[in-house]
Ligand binder design. Structure first.
Ligand code: GLN
Length: 549
């Protein structure tokens, strides 16, 4: 069977949730027994989002093979429970980089290199590559941006050509739009959707399905009207009413038969292994998500907290861990600078756990170190992730070992105690993009440690994104003072996990466990940390006493 493609575009407005739609539809198709992957095409010129500030772009998601990619890939992995790779995120920058490389190598000798055909061909090659070796039955291909943007034109043209070239039953075009409610008129309005479809038509693309976002029910009359004016079947006008949680979306789509519609068009209805999607596991997860028995509050200390997408995988990891434990985990986002401005006690008082977030650069560091001190000295569950681990080591060095001026050379290159330092291979590097320690590395756990007990195994593999490491020269002295290095990269002799066994739950990881949380299978470190925070909550504020929030 040839690989089938579902192309997903968006119109009227950005932030309509194309990524969640793709992840949800992908999840339903896997529930029919199909092998599915999702690809994101991003129109910006950065080769990847790794060089962008989280305020520009949100979180950078890292795949096991070391791609710094769009945060939608995180949704894809969490929903589908299947790893993505370098091939799953294609940017305009990456496409041009390859075409220009080939041009310099003489691959187009004698010819003028142009958007049509060379750029378009390179985009098509990258889309079709996912069909190699019949690895997937269905590829969902999400085009970033909004239809009509100048920069996404080459992607739309590539899709138009693929729809023309591939067999009719091999592709579906789904278009997400917004159906706004005008309070003054007391009505939902379909005109923006009609205009958006016209724009899409002007690029030669007729959608087969319209997914209409709205804040209230879309009646049948309205859907018939949209169908008539946009030339799609009435049953293919899907209502995507705002959901309480993104995890409801697959269920809402299944209720409208979106999976069957798509399968019918792709000629897959007869042959698929499971005619009805098996979403019982997902339903069980939703049930737990919607009926928490208690609520706890943990602080997430970082410097990009004003942007709701900057720590996406961490916040979703808490949602998933909460469902696993049957509790609701409220995350209090704490801007690290405010800890110094307003005092750590006033900012962190009442939390049942402290997470210090990943990050880069000097700003906000002292506030993070103060947050570690607060958690350590009061024995509040503490979880440091990447930079969070590095801050925990600096805090320990300064306040337990008494090493004045201990720091990371990222923030103080002349520190007398550089407990966190550049990796040797990073020293000569002059370029920034894609040059960190990236992707999955093996980590060996020390038997009997907290980490070992949580994972229940000796060897694990976790994903990284950083330039600096715990400085081996100071390891012995830190251990002497009570810090335990319980996760190690044996091949490179690097610290991956540090713990304070004297505390109830004090652990930091050099890697990013948040990238491996899945629906129904949250990362065990998050679940264990949340369970410790729950125990702390019960101990501090037993039922009946006024719980802190
Ligand atoms: N800035 C630190 C480093 O590069 C930590 C990076 C991170 O938290 N992802 O090592």
């Amino acid at each position: 069977m040839p690989t089938k493609y579902i192309f997903v575009t968006g119109g009227v407005s950005s932030s309509l949730g194309k990524g969640i739609f793709c992840a949800s539809l992908g999840r339903l198709l896997t529930a029919h027994g199909l092998k599915v992957t999702i690809q994101k095409l991003d129109p910006y010129i950065n080769v990847d989002p790794g060089t962008m500030n989280p305020y520009e772009h949100g979180e950078v998601y890292v795949t096991d093979d070391g791609a710094e990619s769009d945060l939608d890939l995180g949704h894809y992995e969490r929903f589908l429970d299947y790893p993505t790779s370098q091939a799953n995120n294609v940017t305009t920058g990456r496409v041009y980089q390859e075409v220009i490389r080939k041009e310099r190598a003489g691959a187009y000798l004698g010819r003028t290199v142009q958007v049509v055909p060379h750029i378009i061909d390179e985009i098509k090659r990258r889309i079709l590559r996912l069909a190699d070796n019949a690895a997937y039955d269905v590829v969902l291909c999400e085009i970033g941006g909004t239809v009509g943007d100048i920069e996404s034109l080459p992607f739309l043209e590539a899709i138009r050509q693929l729809r023309y070239e591939l067999d009719h039953a091999c592709t579906v075009s789904a278009h997400l739009t917004l159906v706004p409610y005008l309070a003054a008129a007391g009505e939902l309005k379909t005109k923006p959707t009609q205009h958006s479809v016209k724009t899409l038509l002007s690029f030669g693309l007729q959608p087969d399905m319209l997914v209409c976002r709205s804040d209230r029910r879309l009646g049948i009359e309205l859907r018939r009207k949209i169908a008539l004016f946009c030339n799609v079947e009435a049953q293919a006008v899907i209502a995507a009413v705002d959901a309480e949680s993104i995890y409801e979306v697959p269920v809402n789509l299944a209720a409208q038969g979106v999976d069957r519609l798509v399968l019918a068009q792709l000629n897959l209805l007869g042959g698929i292994q499971t005619p009805k999607p098996d979403i019982s596991g997902w339903m069980g997860f939703l049930e737990r998500l919607k009926s928490p028995t208690s609520t706890i509050t943990v602080a997430l200390v970082g410097k990009y907290v004003a942007h709701q997408d900057a720590y996406k995988s961490i916040s979703e990891s808490f949602v998933l861990a909460g469902a696993e434990l049957g509790i609701s985990i409220r995350v209090r986002y704490v801007l690290s600078d405010t800890i110094l401005e307003r005092g750590v006690v006033s900012v962190l008082e009442g939390v049942a756990g402290v997470v210090v977030a990943p990050g880069f650069g000097r700003r906000g560091i002292e506030g993070k170190i103060e947050a570690v001190r607060y958690a350590r000295t009061r024995d509040i569950p503490f979880f440091g992730i990447c930079l969070g681990l590095q801050c925990a080591i600096i805090e320990f060095a300064r306040n337990v070992c008494g090493w004045k001026g201990a720091n990371s050379t990222e923030f103080d290159p002349t520190s007398p105690y550089p407990v966190i330092d550049f990796m040797e291979e990073q020293r000569g590097l002059e370029t920034k993009g894609g040059t960190m320690r990236l992707g999955g590395y093996a980590c060996h756990l020390v038997t009997g440690s907290l980490a070992y007990r949580i994972y229940g195994q000796e060897e694990v593999r976790e994903r990284h994104r950083h330039r600096y490491e715990v400085n081996n020269e100071h390891r012995a002295a830190l251990e002497e003072a009570g810090l335990c290095f319980t996760g190690l990269n044996v091949a490179r002799n690097l610290v991956e996990i540090a713990e304070l066994p004297a505390k109830r739950w004090f652990l930091g990881t050099q890697f990013h466990p948040e990238y491996r949380s899945r629906v129904g299978n949250p990362h065990p470190l998050f679940t264990s940390f949340a369970a410790a925070a729950l125990a702390y909550t019960i101990e501090q504020w037993p039922a009946g006493s006024s719980a802190a929030s």
